[in-house]
Design a protein around this ligand. Structure first.
Ligand code: 26Q
Length: 809
């Protein structure tokens, strides 16, 4: 027994098998004879989960004993990925599981297919949240991630007649064995209603909500790799209160009306909004945000009070990181709790609030900066709007004191935007109410300081920082690419690189070793055979990310059409065989992006049906891109397409995953591409296109796509083919927008991109050169570990120290 009264779980094959059978009998309630594959899956998941739960119990005890400073990560999205394989790895029970499953007549591979990933996010921001909680646990940082347990995650994408179709993602339809419900920690959340003055207090108000909703938490375990720590992600689900069921209506036969209030309440966590840039002013979205914030803050305060008295230590013991502006209502909500409910005076409450929060921005697109109409805010959260007005008043006084008489500046900086309608600017609120603000790559942080948030950086220069994103080497190397990971481990002598990724630099000396190179190539080839998308000996050219005009899938497509024309014109040419693989979802209402998907599939079909071109060029669109699919594609990639217009992609993280897996980047000077290039070396990176400064100049002096079209015969031919109906008449809107008012300057980068692709082919034709490039990309990408990202946050933003968890607590 351990000090905290736990029975140690067995570590031998026999003990593991015993526990697996116990799970099957006692928790699943079935028998070996009648166990379905799902029974086997659930029993295994519970057995593995128990190993982590034991560590969780010790983690909680160690944290309780040390009463540390806590990191709370607030995010509307988490893309955690499949759990079984990860938890087998992090609990070191993979081999035991394979062995033990034999008693049930199953293989681990078939069981893993039943492990659905919770798709509780859209893309980069949600996956970043998952990589960061993984790295926090790995670095022994006491942390909780808070989020929403959506009933329906990001929609499932399929292609119908080459067009995107969407189906709901009922991810937990068959249950979710990884989740622990914690109904005792439920919270009550108010909406609507009005505020009333409090007698004898000028600042306090009492808010009388018009609707009450319950938030019920459950948590998933987040183990660290090769450490004892197991943190949690706590996800809130909305429920109607008992009062929301109207028994008298039910008795009167009005069944729908009887439950309508409960349905309304439960709709709050029903579905993830499938947009990865702001969707205009939806009330339910704002309700989701406040629901997350209100439940989480009360939970944070509850946890604080378990070990502390009063408020003096709150900001010392708590740092709350806001993942973009989505949880920014936490700022007025903490003020409301402190002032109205705990009766602190305004200044004291403000000083606590400001020193508790930090804000990470993930965008530069002006249309993606969240704003909410004042009338909507006022109706849904009347007290919060009053508090925001007060925050704004004190803030504008501060600005006025620093820049007297500069009314233009006041107007620009105000938290309330006064356009045709008044709107609450969430990014301004987030900057004013936090101690630190960071962008997610060097260029992004610089552009934040110099453009969108310039006035704020003038006022508070020290507040602005950069923390370059990172990714989990466990998930995106060890789990996704076991062959490469084994080879790396052999090359480096041990697998310590998995939580010290800078050690990959040791591969540099093997980049010229003939036998190592040969094996490196063989790994890539085997991964391509597994993926089974196109000829494994062709150049596998991948563009995998959300569909958005700024990311410029349309530029890649112009390249494909040009290759098609070239091959048709010269069928006997010495063509480099390519497989161009696209994957990604478009927001269901984003028609321009969906048109690009249709055009890709139409071009792909035309090429596949062309006996002259098909032997040299294949276009594949892989449906339903998600974390699981990314883990299959990334290890097979030769070329990584990172071709956004410079200045638009905040960071990118797929670019890092691909480089770590030995794909070479063709990219613009955007986001983290710049840092990848700086680290892997400019000779090992295919650079093209305008830089952010040049792009801005073109936009100012006037962009004339027609001039590029008229001047460049191949470009003209590519666009004309679309409009002439070569691809079945699909994509005319795409062609029109390329020649019309294209904010993303696609045609301006076309020639430079095509030239660069020829350089790619020159390198590809020399297999040794390509292999060297590939090894060097992996060797020099260690910086992009999320463990380094977390070390940066911990040192420069959070000022938190690790709390190791003893094995024998
Ligand atoms: C907001 C309001 C209403 C509806 C939707 C949204 C919303 C939802 C998701 C707005 C934005 C997002 C997601 C943004 C995102 O994923 N950004 C990406 O973040 C990555 C991690 O920092 C970066 O690497 C990418 O460059 C950035 O695009």
């Amino acid at each position: 027994r351990q000090g905290i009264g736990l029975r140690r779980l067995g570590t031998t094959a026999d003990e593991f098998q015993q526990d697996l059978l116990s799970s099957l009998y006692y928790r699943r309630g079935t028998t070996v004879e009648s166990a379905s594959p799902r029974d086997a899956y659930e029993a295994l998941a519970l057995t593995v989960r128990d190993r982590l739960a034991e560590r969780r119990a010790r983690t909680a005890a160690a944290h309780f004993a040390s009463n540390p400073r806590w990191v709370y990560y607030l995010s509307a999205e988490y893309l955690l990925g499949a759990q079984l394989e990860q938890n087998l790895l992090y609990s070191g029970t993979g081999d035991l599981a394979s062995q033990s499953l034999k008693v049930l007549g199953r293989t681990l591979e078939e069981i893993e297919d039943l492990d659905v990933e919770p798709g509780l996010g859209n893309g980069g921001l949600g996956r970043l949240a998952a990589c960061l909680v993984d790295a926090m646990a790995t670095r022994d940082i006491p942390a909780v991630g808070y989020g929403i347990r959506y009933d329906f995650g990001i929609f499932r994408q399929s292609l119908e007649g080459g067009a995107q179709a969407e189906r709901p993602d009922d991810w937990a339809f068959q249950g979710n064995p990884w989740e622990f419900p914690a109904p005792d920690d439920r919270q009550t959340v108010g909406f609507y209603g009005h505020t009333e003055p409090v007698a004898g207090s000028p600042t306090r108000k009492s808010w009388v909500p018009g609707e009450i909703v319950l938030g019920e938490p459950s948590h998933m375990l987040v183990p660290g790799y090769r450490t004892e720590t197991v943190n949690i992600v706590r996800l809130w689900r909305a429920r109607g209160s008992e009062a929301s069921f109207d028994l008298s209506r039910f008795a009167a036969g009005q069944y729908a009306e009887a439950v309508q209030e409960a349905v309304r309440a439960e709709n709050i966590s029903k579905v993830l909004y499938p947009d990865d840039s702001t969707e205009l002013g939806r009330e339910l979205r704002l309700k989701q945000q406040y629901f997350l914030v209100s439940c989480s803050l009360r939970d944070i305060i509850r946890r604080f009070r378990l070990r502390n008295e009063g408020w003096d230590d709150f900001a010392e013991k708590t740092v709350i990181q806001l993942n973009d502006t989505h949880p920014t209502i936490a700022i007025p909500e903490l003020m409301r709790l402190l002032v109205d409910e705990y009766e602190l005076d305004w200044d004291k409450a403000w000083s606590i609030t400001r020193s508790t929060f930090a804000y990470t921005c993930h965008t530069l697109l002006p249309e993606a900066l969240e704003t909410w109409p004042v009338p909507l805010f006022e109706r849904l959260l009347p007290r919060h709007l009053e508090i925001i007005y007060l925050i704004n008043m004190f803030f504008l006084r501060e600005v006025e004191a620093r820049f007297p008489g500069d009314s233009d500046r006041l107007r620009r900086m105000s938290i309330i935007g006064e356009g045709s309608e008044r709107r609450v600017r969430m990014a301004h609120l987030a900057v004013v109410g936090t101690e630190a603000v960071n962008g997610v790559a060097e260029l992004h942080s610089k552009l934040l300081r110099e453009t969108v948030l310039q006035d704020f950086a003038d006022l508070w220069p020290a507040k602005f920082q950069n923390v370059t994103n990172g990714v989990s080497p466990r998930r995106f190397m060890k789990l996704a690419n076991p062959r490469l990971s084994d080879l790396i481990t052999e090359g480096l002598g041990d697998d310590g690189w998995l939580n010290d990724l800078d050690r990959l630099a040791g591969l540099e000396r093997l980049a010229g070793d003939a036998s190592f190179m040969e094996r490196w190539r063989a790994v890539k080839r085997a991964n391509k055979v597994d993926l089974a998308a196109g000829d494994p000996d062709s150049l596998t050219d991948v563009m995998i990310k959300r569909f958005h005009e700024y990311k410029r899938q349309q530029l890649k497509l112009l390249h494909v059409i040009t290759m098609y024309h070239r091959i048709r014109a010269n069928p006997a040419g010495d063509w480099v065989p390519r497989t161009v693989l696209f994957a990604g979802k478009a927001a269901p209402a984003y028609h321009a992006a969906k048109n690009i998907i249709r055009l890709i599939n139409a071009v792909g079909a035309t090429i596949a049906a062309d006996p002259v071109v098909a032997p040299h060029l294949t276009v594949v669109f892989a449906e339903n891109y998600n974390v699981t699919l990314a883990e299959r594609i990334i290890p097979a990639a030769d070329l990584s397409e990172q071709i956004s217009l410079a200045g638009k992609e905040a960071s990118g993280t797929g670019n890092m995953k691909l480089a770590l897996n030995g794909a070479i980047t063709i990219g613009t000077l955007d986001g983290a591409n710049i840092e990848i290039r700086a680290r892997v070396g400019e000779e090992n990176f295919f650079l093209f296109g305008l830089d952010a400064f040049q792009a801005a100049e073109v936009q100012i002096s006037g962009y004339h796509p027609r001039e590029h079209y008229d001047r460049d015969a191949e470009l003209k031919a590519a666009i004309d083919a679309i409009t002439a109906g070569t691809f079945g008449g699909v994509g005319r809107e795409v062609a029109d927008s390329l020649l019309g008012w294209d904010e993303y300057l696609t045609l301006a980068d076309y020639r430079s991109y095509l030239d660069c692709q020829e350089e790619v082919e020159r390198a590809w034709r020399d297999p040794d050169r390509w292999t060297r490039l590939s090894i060097l990309n992996t060797a020099h990408s260690g910086f992009f570990s999320a463990d380094r990202t977390i070390a940066d946050y911990a040192a420069r933003i959070w000022r938190v120290a690790p709390v190791p968890v003893p094995k024998d607590i």
